[in-house]
Design a protein around this ligand. Structure first.
Ligand code: ARG
Length: 572
């Protein structure tokens, strides 16, 4: 049980008594005391009484004696709460004995679909796909750890009119040559070459159009060529996932094309429900709530005027499949913020059609862009989009060089291993530690720094603790329990017991910067503790208690980083 929750449970009845109705005490960590509640201020405003008087009255009604050593009204009407040492020691001892580190399994496990990564066939993955892949994978890992049934859906862009030109280009190059080019991850030049021919050559365009017709008609020979493009691209994406340490596999590819057979029925059903309207020859839904600048409702085109289906139709079919067939109740879409309107409209249309009815709900886990040092969209030197693998390779190379420099004792293989864990970890952490709703600047120096809110800092803290045990040849006995005497020990304990609350909140809001912020505070509290409190040189029973604190810190850091998909090497 975490402290926020314990204190909330004690304060809530007192607030209710004073207010005559339920009030959320909003207990937060504080600089002044261990925790603070500012709910008396808002309540006082509402009931028109002086805030300090309200706060004092709440304290009179709250049963805090066994939990807090001090509970005071401060400033304009804050409640400052200091947790009693014995209570804290009891909580941290219980935590040490808990394999789940104070994070309970979900009381009501759900089937959750996490739609993420979703690159496009025969096109290079770009930095937007990096964000989706990293954030989505963290979401999948976290929800799985909480006991949910997580279905990873890699909604690959593997269908549509561009395939006409791609197949024609493939036929032009020869299959072997094309496969070779694609398997090397040269997706961009393949796509660009196809595009260039398409733009320049009328005959090429005509042949491309014929391929599209053949593909949509299900012609087996054409489908074979299309599959070749898809397979080569998938193979390449899997190498990227492997380098990135993400959990996506071959089984998770659930491309747009896999919904083809469902598109007709989706449109028929929308029609039957009376939701379709014709607009310029296209069949559209006008979901409530989405208006254009002119105040007119915006159309969601489910069937184009040429009879083809596009992106919205596929997403509607996917929702119907995910809730109806897969039985999912939580649908997450980890896609950049520019697609927000698309998803709002798709969710609203799906709700109208009855495919997204409570308890099922969909959430757009949107994110901003990665910017270059100049504060603009990240671009390559040539001005093109940055190739994702290039970015990852650079991270690994930089981290490997730093690892060699810092620790000349590492042999070649160890340095490569550390470089990979730290480089990839740094990239992922830089992404997850910035508020996903915002853009962030890619800054190599900062993300690879051993100080601050970075992966290397946390990985270093982890490996340092592990080395305490390795060097001394001892193990912690979690069942020995914890004693708290020094302020630095207490401060560490307060952080440790906060893991559950943070994980619980992040499972809801999928804002991973709260988890990274927590982990870096924990590592900082550990450093302060380790500086001030001798561990191996302490007398018993303090030594044993401190070893338990060390071990618990490493376990929480390790688990936290694991949830983010970041490796924790034993030595750096
Ligand atoms: N392939 C799309 C892109 O690269 C992302 C797909 C996101 N998922 C979805 N269900 N629409 O932008």
């Amino acid at each position: 049980m975490d402290l926020e929750k314990l204190l909330t449970d004690r304060l809530a009845p007192a607030f209710a008594t004073v207010a005559g109705e339920p009030v959320d005490p909003v207990v937060r960590r504080s600089q002044r005391a261990d925790f603070q509640s500012d709910a008396a201020l808002a309540l006082a405003r509402r009931i028109g009484r002086p805030p300090r008087a309200v706060a004092t009255e709440v304290l009179e009604h709250a049963e805090l004696a066994d939990l807090c050593s001090a509970a005071e009204v401060s400033g304009p009407g804050f409640l400052n709460l200091t947790v009693a040492d014995e209570a804290l020691a009891g909580l941290v001892s219980a935590l040490a004995a808990d394999p789940r580190l104070g994070v309970p399994e979900a009381a009501a496990p759900e089937t959750v679909v996490v739609d993420y990564s979703a690159p496009n066939v025969a096109k290079e993955m770009h930095v937007g796909h990096l964000r989706s892949t990293v954030i989505g994978d963290a979401a999948a890992r976290l929800l799985e750890w909480l006991g949910h049934r997580v279905l990873r859906a890699n909604h690959l862009g593997d269908w549509g009119t561009p395939f006409g030109m791609l197949i024609e280009h493939l036929a032009d190059l020869g299959e072997a040559e094309a496969a070779q080019e694609l398997s090397m991850g040269d997706l961009d030049s393949f796509y660009k070459a196809a595009r260039a021919k398409f733009d320049a050559d009328e005959a090429f365009r005509e042949r491309s159009r014929l391929w599209v017709v053949a593909l949509q008609g299900g012609d087996p020979a054409t489908l074979r060529l299309w599959r070749l493009l898809v397979e080569q691209s998938e193979r390449y994406f899997l190498t990227v996932y492997d380098l990135l340490d993400v959990t996506l596999t071959q089984q998770d590819f659930q491309g747009e094309s896999s919904y083809n057979d469902l598109l007709g029925p989706v449109v028929e059903e929308l029609d039957r429900l009376g939701l379709l309207r014709e607009s310029d020859g296209a069949a559209c839904v006008f979901p409530p709530g989405s208006m254009g600048r002119d105040g007119e409702p915006l159309p969601l085109i489910v069937r184009k005027s040429d009879g083809g289906y596009g992106y919205p139709a596929t997403d509607l079919a996917a929702i119907r499949h995910r809730t109806g067939t897969l039985g999912a109740t939580r649908l997450l879409y980890v896609v950049g913020l520019p697609q927000r309107r698309h998803f709002e409209m798709v969710y609203a249309a799906a709700a109208q059609a009855g495919w997204l009815a409570p308890p099922a709900r969909a959430e757009h886990v949107g994110f901003g862009s990665i910017l270059g040092p100049d504060g603009r969209m990240l671009r390559s030197r040539a001005g093109g989009s940055v190739k994702l693998v290039g970015l990852l390779e650079e991270a690994v190379a930089r981290a490997t060089a730093l690892a060699r420099e810092r620790n000349p004792e590492l042999d070649e293989a160890e340095a490569a291993e550390v470089g990979r864990a730290v480089g990839i970890g740094a990239i992922k952490y830089a992404d997850l530690s910035s508020d996903r709703h915002k853009d962030y600047v890619l800054d190599w120096e900062r993300m690879l720094s051993l100080d601050g809110n970075t992966a290397p800092y946390l990985q270093y803290a982890y490996s340092r603790i592990r080395s305490i045990f390795r060097r001394a040849g001892v193990a912690a006995r979690p069942e020995a329990g914890v004693l708290l005497a020094e302020p630095a020990e207490r401060a560490l304990a307060v952080e440790l017991v906060g893991f559950g609350a943070v994980v619980g909140a992040v499972a809801e809001n999928l804002e991973f910067h709260h988890l990274t912020g927590y982990l870096s505070r924990l590592a900082a509290a550990f450093s302060a503790f380790y500086e001030r409190c001798p561990v191996l040189r302490a007398d018993e029973p303090v030594r044993e208690s401190r070893l338990v604190l060390c071990d618990l810190t490493a376990r929480v850091l390790g688990q936290g980083l694991h949830l983010l998909g970041i490796r924790t090497p034993e030595r750096l």
